[in-house]
Design a protein around this ligand. Structure first.
Ligand SMILES: Cc1cc2nc3c(=O)[nH]c(=O)nc-3n(C[C@H](O)[C@H](O)[C@H](O)COP(=O)(O)OP(=O)(O)OC[C@H]3O[C@@H](n4cnc5c(N)ncnc54)[C@H](O)[C@@H]3O)c2cc1C
Ligand code: FES
Length: 254
């Protein structure tokens, strides 16, 4: 049976924006198996508080395993206090992964809301040098919550930013940037990850324009391995678990 519960040693846990951290981990098995869009389920503390693990997308898997996380509650606040040398207990890599764009694709558009940017660092590592026009549309509340974009740009990605308060990029939601998406059913492929209202706006744009793509869904998770059904989400073909059937779904499933 494949082993998915593994220890990881923290190499660094650095603050990279006003509310985000980059966690760099030594975990060779997960590093080797990870694919873009998959996640790890992290026990943030030794004891029972908090009781459940917390899911985080694998943000990069090159020399080390990297996660990017926003501090939003108790679990992520505990995680933010972890130091280099500490150990974490992980389940992973979990879930399915983004597929590569279908044959004939020329324009790849990644749409990220807030910390939904996390899996796109790794996805762009896979898509670079493959003759795609790579575009990232990235929305956040304010400039101080925009994560450093260097590695995405190094991967050839054109980046457009929207902030709610207009402190960086255009003022407004990321949906204000959808005019940048080439409307070409055969040549454009979309990847989206972010809060539910953003995913709804992507679907509302993609469906009438017959665009293809995939979305990464978010649900609060308990087991993370398809057992408790706590993360079930409604799709056009019935209820599916985000942790095992997802987190990546075809746009047309919603
Ligand atoms: C597949 C998947 C991948 C994810 N990847 C990342 C990532 O790369 N980086 C990152 O920062 N976050 C990611 N999340 C969200 C992350 O798991 C939650 O922010 C985290 O569990 C919150 O834990 P907490 O104890 O700090 O907050 P809590 O005190 O549990 O909750 C604080 C707030 O966060 C919301 N929340 C809690 N759990 C989730 C959840 N699973 N999804 C969405 N909202 C949640 C709560 O509703 C509440 O509003 C991902 C979630 C999923 C399902
Ligand atoms: S979290 Fe238990 S089935 Fe998904």
């Amino acid at each position: 049976m494949k082993k998915i519960q593994l220890k990881a040693r923290i190499i660094a846990n650095k603050k990279v924006s006003s509310s985000h951290y980059r966690l760099i981990l030594e975990q060779k098995d997960i590093l080797r198996k990870a694919r873009p869009g998959q996640f790890v389920h992290v026990r943030v503390n030794e004891g029972l508080d908090p009781y459940f693990r917390r899911p985080f997308s694998i943000s990069r898997a090159q020399e080390h395993l990297e996660l990017l996380y926003a501090v939003v509650g108790r679990g992520t606040e505990i995680l933010s206090r972890k130091k280099a040398g500490d150990e974490l207990d992980l389940l992973g890599p979990l879930g399915n992964h983004f597929c590569m764009p279908p044959k004939g694709t020329r324009n790849v558009v990644m749409i990220a809301g807030a910390i939904g940017i996390a899996p796109f660092f790794m996805l762009s590592d896979y898509l670079r040098d493959k003759n795609y026009e790579l575009t990232l549309l990235y929305g956040a509340k304010t400039k101080t919550q925009i994560l450093p974009m260097r590695s995405l740009k190094d991967n050839g990605c054109r980046v457009y930013i929207a902030t709610d308060d207009g402190t960086q990029g255009i003022k407004g939601r990321v949906s204000e940037l959808y005019a940048k998406i080439p409307i070409d059913t055969q040549k454009t492929f979309i990847y989206a990850c972010g809060p539910k209202p953003m995913i709804d706006s992507v679907l509302a744009f993609a469906h009438p324009n017959h665009l293809k793509g995939q979305v990464s869904a978010e649900e609060i998770m308990a087991c993370g391995i398809g057992v408790c059904l706590g993360c079930a989400t409604k799709t056009k073909t019935g209820y599916k678990t985000v942790c095992k059937d997802g987190p990546v779904f075809d746009l047309n499933e919603f």
